[in-house]
Design a protein around this ligand. Structure first.
Ligand code: C2E
Ligand code: CA
Ligand code: CA
Length: 691
């Protein structure tokens, strides 16, 4: 209402200047008669200034009439078409119109700026009224004007940025720039704001205390009634926690949970870029593959928790042994990888391998006992051995296998022959999977002889594989592979059953084998099906303890996990199975451990027998083992007896039984009856001290 009335008033007021001009004209008529009508120019100017466009036009029209009728002498000259009168009239009208337009524009822009001020005021007012929302929100809200000066902030702004409202007002948002974004970033932001009036995205800002933080910011342009941008409102949330969670997820996806080392995926990523760098700069690169020795045994015998603990400790040792910039990863299981960039010479890789092997092989406490882990390392070098990550990995893996074969706890460089060997292993593994079904496995039997009487007390069943192309294979050529790929359980189960079946057939044929011994590997012993397999074989083949004994030969290393193996051994004992400790003296257990284990027989490893007659150390050890075993009530068997001298030595020491080539090698099952018949008839062994 007010505005319209004042506009009307202005329109009327605008007519005053021409009238005032008329009055002046009339007053000064005689003095400056020909030129007075120029006075109407300022009159129209003032009118349009006061009243705007329409008032200006009105004043122009009024002035024209006045001028034409009263002052352009004579008006009738115009009417008569006198050209002198046309000119001032047209100029006068044109000037009036121009003034009017000019003033109208001026008025409009003034109005606009007044409006926008009012809008900003009202906006800040809508902010203040909604203060609860404005202040309570977790997002930092910043209102800036078009000159990028901050005109309002909320409480969250101060919380997030650390700047008090007083410090921020009047400043520009530059106060919390982190400098992490480049010029381009801000240019894109401005471009978006200018074209769409909107920008949102992730941005790194800096708090007052200097700390940078990630934020999600949403900026909108605020426009006034006719669409001109008057302010910008930014809403910003601190996404540090979100980023951390994101980072954690990424870390989890790319790292091994157990050891915290990079996993296979991250290794693959990093190896690719390392190879690209090596290629670009013409550098060599070494890929080291590490595999812990006999880790499976630790896992199987001491349990997974112990296995995990061991892996964690090994990972720490490896991490500490490499440089910060060297890439180290756990591939899974007990496999680790180290990438050595900018390799000057292959020797450097060998040096590192040695260092890693030594770092791993320090004693550690595990499940209350001391244990010394060890590792085998394979090395492949880019570009000498392979160029792609996949081929390089294969080469390092093959080299690692070679290191294992060479006796473990060592390293090996890749050579092309190694690939051939690795391929062969793989071929054997494949063939082995079918060997059982195709009936290619068989048992040989080696007699175990009472040392004093020379009587056969039993046979040890030894596995053979009649390979269709390779011929008769010895256990060393396939048992380790079977252990690695898990086939040992099927193989071992078959051996137990087949040995029992054979012993039954001999007994039924009137021979008296008395005892059949079968080898059982460490992981097999702890396998859940072992007891059942043994029970079933004994039942099916009527193995009745006392008349026909079954003895299981277990390697000494199993004793290291007494807590897990003892219950199994006890269960076996309850079935009437005898237990022998095989290869005694090569493991690390003390005789003391034997005291608490349900064991019947101790088999002294042939290493001590072989050296006993000449080597005084071996002699002393063998002696001590026999004495202590007897002290524990154990039966003692000496393995690998090849010479009469060894036989005499063992006889002197009171050893109970012998087994070895001096008596007989392992024989196919069908040759055993003749041997048994021969000795049952009381015939002596050739070349022995027995008569
Ligand atoms: P082991 O239990 O120590 O078996 C004795 C090995 O020594 C046999 O080798 C035997 O042929 C050999 N040997 C016997 N007397 C002499 C001798 O006077 N001099 C020499 N130099 N060697 C002699 P083989 O048959 O090659 O067996 C090797 C290993 O394979 C065995 O060692 C045993 O640990 C494993 N093995 C054999 N059969 C089985 C099986 O059915 N299951 C499992 N898990 N392992 C088996
Ligand atoms: Ca054995
Ligand atoms: Ca043995």
């Amino acid at each position: 209402m007010d505005i319209t009335r004042s506009a009307q008033l202005r329109s009327w007021l605008a007519l005053l200047p021409p009238l005032a001009a008329l009055a002046v004209q009339l007053l000064l008529w005689s003095l400056i008669q020909p030129y007075v009508w120029f006075l109407f120019y300022p009159a129209v100017f003032i009118s349009s200034w006061i009243g705007g466009f329409r008032a200006g036009l009105g004043a122009t029209a009024l002035s024209t009439l006045i001028v034409l009728w009263f002052f352009v002498p004579p008006t009738h000259a115009l009417l008569k078409g006198e050209p002198r009168a046309w000119f001032p009239t047209v100029v006068f009208v044109a000037m009036g119109v121009l003034f009017s337009i000019f003033h109208e524009r001026l008025r409009r822009s003034e109005r606009r700026s007044r409006d926008s001020e009012a809008q900003a005021r009202s906006m800040l007012e809508s902010v203040r009224q909604g203060a609860t929302v404005f202040e309570a929100t977790n997002e930092a809200i910043t209102v800036t004007d078009t000159a990028a000066r901050i005109v309002a902030v909320n409480a969250a702004f101060s919380t997030i940025t650390g700047f008090a409202a007083g410090e921020a007002l009047g400043a520009t948002p530059r106060i919390h720039r982190s400098g992490r974004q480049d010029k381009d970033f801000y240019e894109r932001m401005w471009h978006s704001l200018q074209t769409t009036g909107q920008w949102q995205g992730e941005i790194w800002n800096r708090r007052k205390n200097g700390e940078t933080y990630p934020a999600w910011e949403n900026i909108s342009a605020v426009r006034d009634a006719d669409g001109t941008v008057s302010h910008y409102v930014s809403m910003l949330s601190d996404i540090t926690a979100l980023k951390q969670a994101e980072e954690q997820l990424r870390h989890m996806a790319l790292h091994d949970v157990l050891t915290g080392l990079p996993n296979r995926r991250l290794l693959a990523e990093n190896l690719e870029s390392a190879l690209a760098r090596a290629q670009r700069h013409g550098h060599r690169l070494a890929l080291l593959f590490l595999d812990l020795d006999r880790f499976k045994l630790v896992n199987d015998t001491l349990g997974h928790a112990a296995g995990d603990e061991l892996l964690g400790e090994v990972a720490r040792r490896l991490r500490a042994a490499v440089r910060q910039e060297d890439l180290i990863a756990r591939l899974g299981g007990d496999e680790f990888t180290v990438v050595l960039e900018e390799l000057q010479h292959p020797d450097n890789a060998a040096h590192l391998a040695r260092k890693l092997i030594e770092a791993v092989a320090r004693p550690m406490q595990l499940c209350g006992r001391e244990l010394t882990p060890s590792t085998s390392v394979g090395i492949a070098i880019y570009p000498d051995d392979a160029r792609s990550a996949a081929d390089l990995s294969k080469a390092a893996d093959a080299a690692m296998y070679r290191a294992k074969q060479r006796g473990r706890h060592t390293f090996e460089f890749y050579t092309p022959e190694i690939t051939a060997e690795a391929m062969e292993r793989l071929a054997i593994e494949n063939d082995l999977r079918r060997a059982l079904a195709r009936g290619e496995l068989l048992l040989y039997f080696q007699p175990q002889v009472a040392l004093r009487s020379g009587r056969i007390l039993g046979f040890e069943a030894l596995l053979r594989w009649n390979h269709p192309e390779r011929g008769l294979l010895l256990p060393d050529q396939f048992i380790p592979i079977a252990e690695e790929c898990g086939l040992i359980h099927a193989l071992g189960g078959w051996a137990i059953d087949a040995a029992c079946a054979q012993a039954r057939r001999w007994a039924d044929a009137g021979l008296n084998p008395q005892r059949i011994a079968v080898n059982v590997s460490g992981s097999q012993l702890l396998h859940k099906h072992l007891i059942e397999t043994v029970r079933a074989a004994m039942a099916e083949h009527r193995i009745t303890p006392g008349e026909l004994d079954l003895e299981l030969e277990i390697t000494e290393s199993v004793l290291q996990s007494a807590s897990r193996s003892a219950p199994v051994l006890r269960q076996l004992r309850e079935l009437g199975v005898r237990i022998a400790i095989d290869d005694f003296g090569t493991g690390y257990s003390s005789l003391g451990v034997l005291k608490h284990m349900p064991i019947d027989t101790l088999k002294i490893d042939r290493l001590f027998i072989r050296n006993a007659p000449d080597d005084s150390d071996a002699q002393a050890i063998a002696k001590a083992m026999i004495v202590m075993a007897h002290g524990l009530g154990l039966h003692v068997v000496a393995e690998g007896v090849e010479t009469p001298a060894q036989c005499r030595f063992l006889l002197e020491q009171g050893c109970d039984e012998v087994q070895g080539h001096l008596y007989s090698p392992a024989l196919p099952g069908d040759e055993v009856p003749a041997l048994m018949a021969h000795h049952a008839a009381g015939l002596p062994w050739p070349d022995t001290t027995h008569h």
